[in-house]
Design a protein around this ligand. Structure first.
Ligand code: KIV
Ligand code: ZN
Length: 532
């Protein structure tokens, strides 16, 4: 247990009585449900191999429990739990069931290789669910829940019970239900705000009510499972912790049913940032950015740019006042050190709102050292340029200083793609690199993938595609717009392309980013390492 905050009085009889203050904090168990509640999102489905990759990374991230799936729901889910159980050692592997005996049999079977295992069973707790989902009564629902917990106990020691829609359930009935499940052997009681309805104060009070009114509460821990329908999932989870819950059910990037679940990175960073809160997690926060990118890529679910902690703009400063403040001392506008979540550095984005400090910072980085009057004059021209376009790239800055656009080292000569069922897409690309024609072909799982792979072969460099976004322009189906981000030798470069054909838009975007690498790596060595 990490020593922090909570104060203990230790008195000794041997020495003179004195007051010794030891700071301690309670551990909050992280129950990750990215592979279960997160994976229920349409389009986010993963195969077993992909789930194993994510599970192993979750283990390295430091989660305590991995909810690996709902095994009765599909043979693939069942197989995934088997493989995840074999692949991870430290985290508890958990399988979800309904309060149905055949579900529990299936869960027990799927967990047979797990070193540490948990069955997560449960049933509706709100009168709404009892009437409209189960057509039952409060008494019968408790009986079913108790029978399910007792049955699950035959297979595993660690049984978690979920009281579905607890957020809208009557607190007195919920307390009765929780007490019965703990008496039946449940070790963890999950209080889901299934519909994301609760206000933080009400959810906190619900947890407190259970802590105060369930006579055997000391034999189990309460878990918060909040949905984000009204944008309150994280606030509700924190309120739950502050009122006695010691486990939180979360997903990477907050993905999950409808508006999603509480996001892991937000809870972990709130508890780390607010040192006055007497709680900690075992999350290795420096892995957060990597984990977020991995989940986003594998689940094909982009992270919104302004998403707390992991959004592209989470550490980007664009207004003049903020940029000036950050350049003087980044604590002026950053409460989290980017390195703490695995982001290399903050970025200072140049827009029409930027000030002279930011402009000077970037000019210096590109090798231009201007005296004050020249900076003033350049700033006026910069503002004009920034007003005309959304943001200003390094290429634009060179144009500003040199009076002409920098030469492009790579030009597209020709692109030919063959694709369609049942052929494997093949692409042949010819680029002119520093005046020399280079041609390569590659296959891929789609025409864009094949084309970018052919370009990679031409360039012969290890380039990582970090983000790829294709959009149709103005609602038309005919014009494709591609934004992408690539990483080369630790530095990130953005590319943009617009064409009627989305393959060609992708090629233009990729070549645009590659030209930036050539420009800044070859002709203008970067002096200070800052992402743009
Ligand atoms: O939101 C919910 O109630 C759930 C339960 C199945 C735990 O996901
Ligand atoms: Zn849920």
């Amino acid at each position: 247990m990490r020593l922090r905050i909570k104060q203990l009085r230790l008195e000794t009889k041997i020495k003179k009585p004195r007051l010794k203050i030891i700071t301690m904090s309670d551990k909050i168990f992280i129950f990750d449900t990215t592979l279960r509640d997160g994976e229920q999102v349409p389009g986010c489905q993963l195969d077993t191999q992909e789930k194993v990759v994510i599970a192993k990374e979750l283990e390295l991230l430091g989660v305590d429990v991995i909810e690996a799936g709902f095994p009765i729901s599909s043979p693939e889910d069942f197989r995934s739990i088997i493989e995840i159980s074999k692949a991870v050692n430290d985290p508890v592997v958990c399988a979800l069931t309904r309060a149905v005996m055949s579900d529990i049999d299936c869960a027990a079977e799927s967990l047979k290789y797990a070193k540490r295992k948990r069955i997560h069973t449960g049933i509706g707790a709100s009168d709404f669910h009892i009437k409209h989902k189960f057509n039952s009564t409060r008494e019968k629902i408790i009986e079913r829940g108790v029978a399910a917990v007792k049955y699950a106990k035959k297979f595993v020691e660690d049984v978690e019970f979920y009281a579905e829609d607890a957020g809208r359930a009557d607190n007195a009935f919920l307390a009765q239900m929780v007490e019965a499940m703990i008496a039946a052997g449940a070790t963890v009681i999950n209080i889901p705000d299934t519909t994301g309805y609760c206000l933080p104060q009400a959810y906190g009070e619900k947890i407190k009510y259970l802590m105060d009114h369930v006579s055997n509460i000391d034999r189990a821990i309460l878990s918060c499972h909040c949905h984000n329908d009204l944008g309150m999932a994280t606030a509700n989870t924190i309120a739950g912790i502050q009122n006695g819950a010691r486990q939180v059910e979360v997903t990477m990037n907050g993905i999950g049913e409808r508006a999603g679940n509480t996001s892991l990175e937000e809870v972990a960073m709130i508890l780390k940032t607010h040192q006055s809160l007497p709680y900690h997690t075992d999350i290795n926060t420096r892995k957060i950015h990597y984990m977020s990118t991995l989940v986003s890529k594998m689940m094909r679910m982009p992270v919104q740019p302004n998403k707390a902690i992991v959004g592209r703009n989470a550490f980007a400063h664009s207004s003049g006042i903020h940029q000036d403040g950050v350049l003087k001392n980044r604590d002026n506008y950053e409460i989290i050190a980017p390195e703490d979540v695995g982001v290399n550095e903050s970025s200072i984005v140049l827009t029409a709102r930027s000030g002279k400090a930011a402009l000077n910072f970037h000019l210096t980085r590109l090798g231009y050292h201007l005296e004050k009057p020249k900076l003033e004059e350049t700033y006026e021209r910069f503002l004009k340029m920034a007003d005309e376009q959304k943001d200003v790239s390094d290429e634009d800055m060179i144009t500003l200083m040199e009076g002409k656009r920098p030469d492009t080292n790579i030009e597209i000569s020709h692109v030919q793609v063959v694709c369609g069922q049942p052929l494997q897409p093949v692409s042949t690309v010819e680029l002119i690199v520093n005046g020399e024609a280079r041609r390569e072909s590659a296959t891929g799982n789609g025409p864009i993938n094949a084309t970018l792979r052919a370009i990679d072969k031409i360039m012969g460099a290890k380039i990582e595609l970090e983000e790829f976004l294709v959009q149709s322009m103005g609602g038309s189906r005919e014009t494709g717009k591609v934004h992408l981000r690539i990483k080369y030798e630790g530095q990130t470069y953005q590319g943009f392309g617009i064409e009627e054909d989305i393959v060609m838009a992708s090629v233009h975007a990729y070549v645009n980013a590659l030209n930036k690498i050539m420009l800044f790596k070859v002709t203008k060595p970067v002096k200070q390492k800052v992402a743009v």
